[in-house]
Design a protein around this ligand. Structure first.
Ligand SMILES: Nc1ncnc2c1ncn2[C@@H]1O[C@H](COP(=O)(O)OP(=O)(O)OP(=O)(O)O)[C@@H](O)[C@H]1O
Length: 315
């Protein structure tokens, strides 16, 4: 069971959450999550390298990265569940590794691998978790159990993988968290289940302004909701921006060094990646200011990218 989901004291969490956040010059106190320069290695394997990442209240962020890029490690570090070798993480203005009960009660987490108590029924599991939270939306829980077709009185061990995943999502939504972190939440869901889940997520955000971060490999789901996307590459967040902006602003530009230099000299492009090809031409991934992306020109090829191309180029 995840430490994040368990509030050890119901009395302190019954009062309105008191945030340790104080006004700061850089505005970081109002962030839901503020990750600063964290590095994380397993033995000699460096996974996160001086990674910084900020989540604004109400932001919905899809975290993208290749298998083994470190998404789970990053989400665990974000929640204070995994120690980092350096750097710091703050949630709601408090150190993530030392959250008070009120702050813990504001977080919902769906881990990649289900951590449900298999000897419980869905009804027993939800009753158990309900006792820890000052806020619990019974109407939502009952509605989702019915809509998502989860038998209330069957042992969790006998539920299908998809039903267990849905139950895990219901448990994370039930206490109406302000920050919802989901690690590949749709991996075992069929297309209908994924669509229902996304609808629920959107409702949650529209109704309550929840900050949501989730990792996924299913790009079409991200396209449907037009989230902010964060690309994890070589231990850092290479880019984070709304999908629409990335599609409009990022271009793959091919040309001679001179032609590329001329584009960069224009000053409106951020260089995301630069490689020299075997034929001596340069292959660059550039992000232009809105409306500033150039057209093809002499010795210069400029290509727009779709989401799958962005995934390939930025992860
Ligand atoms: N507890 C651990 N001990 C040692 N190595 C680990 C541990 N957890 C993860 N790793 C390694 O760290 C790297 C990042 O793993 P992580 O699970 O964070 O990646 P991921 O992006 O979530 O992967 P996936 O998309 O496959 O779920 C991988 O190379 C993995 O083998």
């Amino acid at each position: 069971m995840s430490a994040v989901l368990v509030s050890t004291s119901s009395s302190s969490s019954a009062s309105a959450p008191v945030l340790a956040a104080t006004d700061s010059l850089d505005g970081s106190a109002s962030l839901t999550a503020d990750v600063r320069d964290i590095s994380l290695s397993y033995g000699s394997k460096a996974v996160l390298q001086q990674l910084s990442w900020q989540l604004q209240p109400g932001q919905v962020v899809g975290l993208l990265g290749r298998n083994g890029a470190g998404k789970t490690s990053l989400l665990e570090a974000l929640l204070g569940l995994r120690e980092t070798q350096s750097g710091q993480v703050q949630l709601f203005g408090q150190a993530a590794t030392a959250l008070d009960d009120a702050a813990r009660a504001r977080i919902g987490y769906v881990p990649q691998h289900s951590d449900l108590f298999e000897g419980f029924t869905a009804r027993q599991l939800l009753a158990y978790f309900k006792s820890f939270y000052p806020r619990w939306n019974e109407t939502k829980v009952e509605g989702l159990l019915s809509r998502w077709d989860i038998p209330r009185d069957q042992m969790i061990s006998r539920l299908s993988g998809g039903q267990q995943q849905r139950l895990s999502i219901i448990r994370a939504l039930a206490h109406e968290p302000d920050l919802l972190v989901l690690d590949e939440p749709v991996a075992s869901l069929d297309p209908v289940g994924r669509r229902d889940f996304l609808r629920e997520l959107v409702d949650q955000v529209l109704d309550r302004g929840t900050t949501v971060v989730f990792s996924t490999h299913i790009l079409s789901d991200l396209e449907r909701v037009a989230f902010n996307l964060a690309f994890l590459q070589q231990g850092r967040i290479a880019v984070q921006a709304p999908l629409d902006s990335l599609l409009e602003e990022v271009r793959l530009v091919l040309g001679s060094s001179t032609a590329i230099q001329a584009v960069l000299a224009g000053g409106s492009a951020e260089l995301l990646r630069r490689q020299t090809q075997a034929d001596g031409r340069e292959r660059c991934l550039l992000r232009f200011a809105p409306g500033q992306a150039p057209q093809d020109g002499p010795g210069l090829s400029v290509q727009a990218l779709n989401l799958e191309d962005l995934f390939v180029e930025l992860t």
